[in-house]
Design a protein around this ligand. Structure first.
Ligand SMILES: Nc1ncnc2c1ncn2[C@@H]1O[C@H](COP(=O)(O)OP(=O)(O)OP(=O)(O)O)[C@@H](O)[C@H]1O
Ligand SMILES: [Mg+2]
Length: 350
């Protein structure tokens, strides 16, 4: 029988898990989310493991997941991803000596980091056999806080993955669709509340990762400050819910679009950085997920500033959904479940 995996996404506004049965086509059999109080997770980092642990307990009660073993995701400013070229070594030896070889490439002390890598290919430099790897270095204390929260809910982390990699598995174009070979790479962008994950890939092979410390919350804060309302009211206004006696929605929209425009320029700069530094690189398509992308007008603003095909990521296309959701509820859930579902889909090494 096909085994299922539970992907767990601890976001800044909520925890979400998805149980995925893999096989020829992955199938999402269970999924749920539980909101988090403000401050429990900030900038994608667990600040209050106990509080997050409580939310995870509730998530398991609600979701009815068949396993307590989870694949956990990270995506925040305490993890870096770099393309690095090292003298060739057999994989086992490289893994054992990684900490000694990569210090110069990462802004974290290697002994305080959880390190991992993916092999990209081999090259030659001055007659020496070299290995190109995609190096991932995550600050250990940040990872420990995630593990602590999960243990509080009696969950067992059996894997740790990067949210940007998970996104590509959930909504990235593999072979079908665009002819990416002739046209270029695809950028998958998850707009959260505090964090925006960007992953550029070529049919599943990662080319570039950027984790930006901005998202939907910046739009909320701009509305709150610009129009003199409380953060919670700004959040409601942003979603188009008019409060009695509050500022008119046209004003709200003007502030929201202005802030979103600045934020989209940051996304565009990241994509331009990628194409500028990689010879011959070209982004042919952008796929967008995350709650922050639900902002009314966001997709059109992005289309106006990033002149390639821009689509919404369809989480339940790659991984068929067996969730009992109305069409409307599924459309609401798809953008916020992308990371959890992707964590539930096995990667190349798992
Ligand atoms: N209908 C909507 N209109 C505008 N914004 C929305 C809407 N629904 C959700 N959002 C915004 O989406 C953001 C939350 O997105 P998401 O749930 O993907 O983030 P998260 O995963 O909890 O956080 P992060 O990924 O940053 O750690 C919030 O800023 C929220 O205001
Ligand atoms: Mg998120």
């Amino acid at each position: 029988m096909a085994r299922s995996r539970v992907g767990l996404d601890i976001g800044s506004t909520g925890v979400r898990a998805a149980e995925v049965i893999s096989g020829d086509a992955p199938t999402v059999v269970r999924a749920a989310q539980v909101p988090l109080p403000v401050g429990a997770v900030e900038n994608g980092e667990v600040r209050q493991p106990q509080v997050v642990g409580e939310a995870l307990r509730e998530l398991w009660d609600r979701g009815g997941f068949k396993s307590k073993q989870v694949i956990m995701g990270v995506g925040n400013q305490r993890v870096v991803v770099r393309e690095v070229t090292l003298p060739w070594l057999p994989e086992k030896e490289l893994r054992a000596s990684l900490a000694f070889q990569v210090q110069e490439f990462i802004p974290i002390q290697a002994e305080d980091a959880v390190l991992d890598f993916d092999t990209l290919g081999e090259t030659e430099q001055e007659g020496r056999r070299m290995l190109r790897i995609l190096l991932v270095a995550a600050q250990r204390a940040m990872v420990d806080a995630i593990v602590e929260a999960s243990e509080h809910a009696k969950l067992t982390p059996v894997g740790l993955d990067l949210n940007p990699f998970a996104l590509v598995r959930a909504v990235g174009t593999a072979d079908e669709g665009l002819d990416l070979e002739t046209e270029g790479d695809e950028a998958v962008i998850d707009v959260g509340a505090h964090i925006t994950n960007i992953c550029v890939h070529d049919r599943g092979v990662t080319r570039f990762v950027r984790i930006l410390p901005s998202g939907g919350r910046d739009v909320t804060l701009a509305i709150a400050r610009g129009l003199g309302v409380e953060d919670e009211d700004a959040e409601r206004l942003k979603r188009g819910e008019e409060g009695a006696g509050g500022p008119p929605l046209e004003e709200v929209r003007r502030v929201a679009m202005s802030r979103a425009g600045t934020f989209i320029d940051e996304i565009r700069s990241s994509l331009e950085f990628y194409t500028a530094q990689a010879a011959g690189a070209r982004i042919a398509r952008v796929v967008v997920t995350g709650g922050g992308s639900k902002l009314d007008g966001f997709m059109d603003l992005l289309r106006g500033r990033v002149p390639v095909q821009v689509d919404r990521g369809r989480t339940f296309r790659r991984a068929r959904s067996e969730l009992e959701l109305s069409e409307e509820a599924a459309a609401e859930a798809e953008p916020v479940l992308a990371v959890a579902v992707g964590l539930g889909i096995p990667g190349r090494r798992s």
